[in-house]
Design a protein around this ligand. Structure first.
Ligand SMILES: NC(=O)c1ccc[n+]([C@@H]2O[C@H](COP(=O)([O-])OP(=O)(O)OC[C@H]3O[C@@H](n4cnc5c(N)ncnc54)[C@H](OP(=O)(O)O)[C@@H]3O)[C@@H](O)[C@H]2O)c1
Length: 372
């Protein structure tokens, strides 16, 4: 089978190699998954650069987050799954926890409790992105901040996949959103998606605009995935006693100057206005949640997506061979669709076991975007 392997930590384009590897064998309580689609998240690239919150032992198969596929074989004593079942593998390694197989390969072995059955009517593009960004949006809004109907929620990078999901969830729950984007072209799109207010940092002052929208006291709840000076302005926009949850640091990506890796907060404002700035990391959440709780929240997310309350932006499919283009697209400004690695049935080399019949992957509208 084919696997995209990082031979060492480094710039993904330089260290990734397409390799042929034996199909792994599932152990007790595990399943072998024939991967259909798996996304290229920016965080997958940070793992390879050695700039993420954990580091695999190299050489390592890339893709540490999620995929969709079908159960090709079950290990001894594995219960609750059947061969051929379509599942999402939440491959996000729990911290602390054992390492998880990378997803950028045709087959992977996963613990049964990390697998979530998904119905065929959910297309591969949505299913393979179910376990990370929608789950993050749900946890941020409903658990980390417990935003109530009618309350304002300020968020940065509103055009990101997480940001779009936050907007949809907020509308569903009656929450009002203030959405920060960095490009004027993104404003109309965010409004069309249901964002109540949009601030464009290209030509607007974030702090002043928040005050105009919610009043001079400021906003009580915010989520930020940009960090740096934008994250500091979010903290500045908070009302006394307000809270911002930092879950990403997009402005620090590829930065090497230590000063560019910070959120420059005003100490006086944090102290005298008793503001809270704290982090959220899905890996740590998986590390503290019980398997039952993780399954329960994943099921909740699946329900929201299957019932079309949440619509996950369609990805752009790439065969594994075109990994350089996929990796470049993942971090390109204004990249829009998220790159996905997809595996066609006719490229299956077989794995010496009787595999169930598999329908061809269905990427819905996005299949048309696949270059020949
Ligand atoms: N903590 C966690 O557990 C967790 C879980 C999931 C995701 N995340 C984080 O959430 C963030 C979004 O992920 P995603 O998959 O939703 O992203 P995505 O779909 O790839 O979208 C990236 C978005 O970020 C914007 N952006 C990039 N660099 C920026 C910068 N320097 N300043 C302002 N905006 C910038 C882009 O705007 P343009 O359109 O203008 O290029 C784009 O809208 C990432 O930081 C990711 O690591 C964290």
């Amino acid at each position: 089978m084919r696997a995209l392997v990082a031979v060492e930590a480094g710039e993904p384009i330089d260290v990734l190699r397409l390799e042929s590897r034996p199909v792994p064998t599932p152990g007790a309580g595990q399943a072998l998954i024939r991967v259909a689609a798996t996304p290229v998240h920016a965080s997958d690239l940070h793992v390879l650069r050695g700039r993420y919150g954990f580091s695999p032992a190299f050489p390592a198969v890339g893709g540490n987050m999620e995929c969709v596929g079908r159960v090709a074989a079950l290990g001894p004593g594995t219960e609750g799954l059947r061969a051929g079942e379509r599942v999402v593998a939440a491959a996000v390694p729990a911290v602390p926890g054992p390492p998880v197989d990378g997803t950028w390969q045709e087959y992977l072995v996963a613990d049964a409790h990390r697998l979530l059955p998904v119905p065929d009517r959910l297309d591969d593009s949505s299913a393979c992105q179910l376990a990370v960004n929608p789950l993050t949006a749900l946890l941020l809004v409903t658990r980390e901040l417990d935003v109530r109907p009618g309350e304002w929620l300020l968020q940065t990078a509103a055009g990101s996949t997480v940001g779009r999901l936050v907007i949809q969830l907020a509308r569903h729950l009656g929450i009002r959103t203030i959405n920060v984007v960095r490009r004027r072209e993104a404003v109309a799109e965010i409004r069309a998606l249901g964002g109540d207010e949009v601030i464009c940092t290209e030509d607007e002052d974030l702090v002043r605009r928040v005050t105009e929208i919610v009043g001079p006291a400021g906003v009580r709840k915010a989520v930020d995935c940009v960090a740096g000076p934008v994250g500091a302005q979010v903290a500045q926009s908070l009302a006394p006693g307000g809270e911002t949850v930092v879950y990403g640091a997009l402005s620090t990506h590829r930065q090497t100057d230590p000063a560019a890796l910070t959120i420059p907060l005003s100490a006086r404002s944090v102290i005298y206005e008793t503001k809270a700035v704290r982090g959220f990391w899905l890996n740590r959440w998986f590390g503290t949640a019980s398997p039952e709780e993780a399954q329960q929240v994943l099921s909740q997310v699946r329900g929201l997506v299957v019932d079309e309350v949440l619509s996950i932006p369609g990805g752009r499919p790439f065969p594994l061979e075109r990994f350089s283009e996929a990796v470049e697209l993942a971090e390109a400004p204004g990249h829009g669709a998220k790159p996905l690695f997809v595996f066609a049935d006719d490229q299956d080399e077989g794995h010496g076991q009787e595999a169930p019949a598999r329908p061809r992957y269905d990427l819905g509208k996005t299949t048309a975007q696949m270059d020949s």
